[in-house]
Design a binder for this molecule. Structure first.
Ligand SMILES: [Cu+2]
Length: 126
């Protein structure tokens, strides 16, 4: 096996070329935004609630929102640079649903259809 000695100056140049290549690759592919996924409990009863909750989170910076009405768990994938986690709770509460951190206002809650009134032990058939 032959050993090559690279002069320091050339080594530095090579290092620069590698760095430039990496930078160019990163730019051409675009930096993928960093998303995080969180889960928290949200009150809801039925598929209408699911739709309402998920629609409330159809916002910039939120990639995915999935509500499980049986387990009353909402899972959201969002960009923490665009939104703070508490804002997710606020958006859901504004739509009328209590989360583990933010309670919906009475007005927002009363605006829900009867079968979605989870505070009164609503039973929804659909
Ligand atoms: Cu409902």
């Amino acid at each position: 096996m032959k050993m090559y000695c690279t002069p320091p100056k050339r080594m530095k140049k090579m290092k620069n070329i590698i760095l430039i290549t990496i930078a160019a690759m990163t730019l051409s592919f675009g930096k993928p935004p960093k998303y995080v996924t969180v889960s928290f409990s949200v009150e809801g009863t039925c598929s209408m609630c699911k739709e309402r909750i998920e629609d409330a989170l159809d916002k910039r910076g939120i990639r995915k929102a999935l509500y499980n009405a049986d387990e009353k768990i909402l899972t959201v994938t969002y960009n923490p640079k665009k939104l703070e986690e508490i804002q997710l709770h606020n958006l859901v509460a504004i739509a009328g649903h209590d989360t583990e951190l933010v309670k919906a206002s009475d007005a927002a809650y009363m605006a829900l259809p009867d079968c979605c009134h989870y505070r009164e032990g609503a039973k929804c058939d659909h």
